[in-house]
Design a protein around this ligand. Structure first.
Ligand SMILES: O=C(O)CCC(=O)C(=O)O
Length: 253
């Protein structure tokens, strides 16, 4: 990490929050940031796209400009060592499978996160993750104590439909999803409109998550909507995604 310089924010940003039609709307994030760190807003313009459907509330923005995103992506590729062996498997309907991607967790000491039959303990924070976490906090006003990192070597690697609704998550807390590398499609499906158990027709919500972007998944999105990163065989390049979460400390479980 010797050559990796964390640029401190110098000036206040001009932020525009737009709705789905592109019209300016209320800048909620600025209010939160001002409350916490009024003089430390990032240099870049932060334009939010609001994504709203029935019980779905997400906000999407470019968090890092291309040059900075390129540098961070390289650093992640150098510094992140992914889990292997049993920690790279998941249980689906009672059967163990290798995950079709790589994964690892980092976070505050003592936290654990259990999903798909495995309990993951976090590795301690490292500088490149501190940098991303701080930037997310700066633009959203939310602090996070844990991150799950998924690496997709190309478009064959994927993640199936799931909700991030584990009991260790702080109730009603948002999840901040930051992406680097290849752009990938990301799909939300409403729980009433999936497969055999479908009781009504609700169109899926499809997004493209770009290099350097931040997607905020706000409550109650993960109660009602499943999300996935489908296979895209035409994608030849790697992608790293970091989902920052608020996990309850063991004393509060
Ligand atoms: O890679 C992504 O964008 C999705 C990751 C994800 O769904 C998760 O970490 O729960």
């Amino acid at each position: 990490m010797d050559k990796f310089v964390i640029k401190k924010a110098k000036t206040k940003s001009k932020r525009t929050l737009v709705d789905d039609t592109g019209s300016p709307t209320e800048d909620l994030t600025r209010k939160k940031c001002r409350g916490e760190e009024a003089d430390a807003l990032p240099e870049q313009t932060c334009t939010w796209k609001r994504i709203r459907e029935e019980n779905l509330s997400c906000d999407y923005t470019s968090l890092f400009k291309k040059a900075e995103a390129d540098e961070i992506f390289q650093q992640l590729e150098k510094d992140i060592v992914y889990f292997t062996g049993d920690l790279s498997k998941v249980q689906v309907y009672g059967k163990w499978h290798n995950v079709p991607r790589k994964q690892v967790t980092f976070g505050d000491e003592g936290l654990t996160y259990t999903f798909s039959g495995i309990t993951l303990s976090p590795k301690p924070w490292i500088p490149v993750l501190d940098l991303i976490r701080e930037r997310v906090q700066l633009v959203t006003g939310h602090s996070f104590n844990f991150v799950l990192i998924n690496r997709y070597k190309d478009g064959n690697d994927h993640i199936g439909d799931h909700r991030d609704d584990e009991k260790e998550l702080v109730p009603q807390s948002p999840i901040a999803s930051v992406s680097f590398g290849a752009s990938r499609d990301f799909v939300f499906r409403h729980r009433d409109s999936r497969g055999k158990n479908s009781v009504r027709t609700i169109e899926p919500v499809k997004l493209e998550l770009e290099h350097g972007s931040l997607l905020m998944m706000n409550f109650p999105t993960n109660v009602y909507w499943y999300h996935s990163l489908p296979v895209r065989r035409k994608v030849l390049a790697a992608r790293v995604n970091l989902t920052f979460r608020k996990i309850k400390p063991p004393s509060q479980r």
